[in-house]
Write a protein that binds this ligand. Structure first.
Ligand SMILES: [Zn+2]
Length: 560
């Protein structure tokens, strides 16, 4: 022990401790304490380790000790404000002993309040925590005096006004006959950063939150791209379509799904399949527009060996593969006329004939078709059979475009965000306000599919841990208005370079600039319902500047 490291008498600290059995309270100075059984604390420790694991338990208990140490640091200057810095500091180890943590012997102490320099080494004998850990788990590899160590770090950090990290270099839990601790500023430890999480709060909750988000996202990716998974929406237009789908599902009726490209027709078809009594059977989807006309019949109806050059083996078509289930024909309007004739026969007789086959085969297939073209027009133009349309159009469901269900955009976007953050292994806090607003105001020519693409790109472009912002969703869009710093260093609206075109048009129009200004000012004032302050903000002027310009025009007018 260094010569200056003798404890001053602890009478000043013992005086702080008051038992008040009548009022049921124990006090250390102005702070209420409790007497706990170490056995009870040990049981809590074990329960924590069992329920949340060693790492999280270590963090929680370190933080608990840290809080005690921080509070006790308040007694240092209160009780020994007139003593040397070292004697003041030793309030901590002495209180720690008084509180029953261990027998603490200071070995080395070097500190400087001005520079924040700190070195400390202490020996702990009979640490209650080392004893409890060893009793529960036997001799372990890692030191285990987490609460005590948290206390040392908390006390010293509060005393020094900066984070001081204590580590155990020996521990009774590891089989040593005493514990030995060393402390210095966290930045002076080469591996200090690895210890920071022990002093941070909410890490466990954050972690659990992130995990549950991942689970949610995984659930939706596992839902066979399919089931109700992406049928999200509470808007009346969407609910109406959804309702029609569910009511048709339990019947055998032939359903025709209409709607713009990207509205989710295949998802509706899958959902219909899964709500039907064929859910256990196959769901087979064919995009008629994606198959070459000369292959489509072979694809749909199958081929017998030798039916044509190159048909080396017999092959079942999609109808046969969908037997007992649902066949979804997307973009049915693109089906060539010969294939339409065969399709009609299937619908009439529930029979298909493979190419080159001698006889038909029975199939039990529920058909759902979809189109984004107007089939009535196609009929009028002779591109689609009228009799087939009547067969297909028994139960039409129109899926509304995204712009007709704008209240669904936000929930859809959040759902997609969860899915893509999991897919791309990102952790994001959400979608920014401005980005969300831009999504709400977009007109969505590509519908839900476009939204999917935008959100996926946004997730990829957003910074890890950040949120999806406007520029991540629409990276190539000129930002019409944004705030920047003007040449005078004031916050101002910056006019982007692509206003060149606007300027060129103004010059080409030959409208006198005075007249143009008058019209611009009048328009701004009108938009703000006559409110000059609002109009001046729109124009990037101060209110007096706007008033001046308006006034100037009024006085100019009679001169014209
Ligand atoms: Zn220990």
């Amino acid at each position: 022990m260094e010569p200056h490291l003798h404890y001053p008498p602890a009478a000043d600290l013992r005086r702080l401790l008051r038992f008040e059995p009548q009022s049921g309270a124990i006090w250390l100075g102005e702070r209420r304490m409790v007497l706990l059984h170490t056995a009870a604390l040990s049981a809590l420790r074990r329960d924590l380790i069992t329920s949340v694991g060693t790492e999280h338990t270590r963090r929680l208990l370190t933080r608990m000790g840290y809080a005690s140490g921080t509070h006790d640091a308040g007694f240092a200057s209160k009780t020994r404000g007139d003593r040397s810095l070292e004697e003041m500091f030793l309030v901590g180890p002495q209180l720690h002993m008084l509180e029953g943590a261990a027998r603490v012997t200071p070995l080395h102490l070097k500190m400087d309040a001005a520079t924040g320099q700190f070195e400390g080494e202490f020996r702990w004998d009979d640490s209650w925590e080392a004893h409890a850990h060893r009793l529960a788990y036997g001799v372990v590899d890692e030191p285990a005096c987490w609460i005590l160590l948290g206390y040392a770090s908390g006390y010293t950090s509060a005393f020094m006004g900066k984070l001081i990290l204590f580590k155990e270099t020996r521990c009774g839990a590891c089989g040593d006959d005493h514990c030995h601790i060393v402390g210095k500023p966290i930045d002076d430890w080469p591996d200090g950063d690895a210890y920071r999480p022990y002093f941070e709060e909410h890490s466990l909750l954050d972690k659990m939150d992130a995990l549950s988000q991942q689970v949610e996202a995984l659930k939706t990716t596992l839902e066979p791209a399919t089931s109700g998974g992406m049928l999200i929406g509470n808007s009346p237009a969407f609910q109406h379509a959804h309702d029609l789908m569910k009511r048709a599902a339990r019947t055998q009726v032939t359903v025709l799904l209409t709607g713009e490209t990207g509205v989710g027709k295949e998802r509706f078809a899958r959902a219909l399949h899964e709500h039907s009594d064929r859910a256990g059977g196959p769901f087979v989807a064919v995009n008629c527009a994606a198959l070459p006309a000369e292959l489509i019949e072979a694809e749909l109806f199958g081929v017998e060996k030798g039916a044509y050059t190159g048909a080396h083996a017999a092959r079942a078509g999609r109808f046969e593969r969908a037997d007992g289930g649902t066949l979804f024909l997307d973009e049915v309007g693109d089906l060539p006329l010969p294939a339409q004739a065969k399709l009609l026969r299937v619908l009439q007789d529930s029979e298909i004939e493979r190419l080159g086959a001698e006889s038909p085969r029975k199939v039990n297939v529920r058909m759902v078709t979809a189109t984004n073209v107007n089939l009535d027009e196609a009929v009028a133009q002779g591109r689609f059979r009228r009799d087939l349309l009547y067969r297909l159009n028994v139960y039409p469901i129109r899926i509304p475009p995204l712009r007709e269900r704008s209240t669904d955009i936000e929930p859809l976007a959040r759902h997609l965000l969860a899915r893509f953050t999991a897919l791309h292994n990102k952790r994001l806090s959400g979608i920014g306000e401005r980005a969300l607003q831009a999504l709400m105001h977009h007109d969505w020519p590509g519908n839900v599919r476009e939204l999917e693409n935008l959100v996926e790109r946004g997730v990829i472009l957003a910074a890890q841990g950040g949120s999806v912002e406007l520029e991540h969703l629409f990276p190539n869009q000129p930002q019409d208005r944004h705030e920047g710093v003007d040449p005078q260093g004031r916050l101002a609206r910056i006019v982007p370079a692509d206003h060149d075109a606007l300027c060129a048009r103004i010059v080409d129009s030959g409208v006198p600039i005075e007249q143009l200004e008058a019209q611009v000012l009048a328009l701004a004032v009108e938009r703000c319902g006559g409110n000059l302050s609002g109009a001046s903000r729109l124009l990037g002027l101060t209110r007096p500047q706007l008033a001046y310009r308006l006034k100037r025009q009024q006085t100019d007018e009679p001169a014209d």
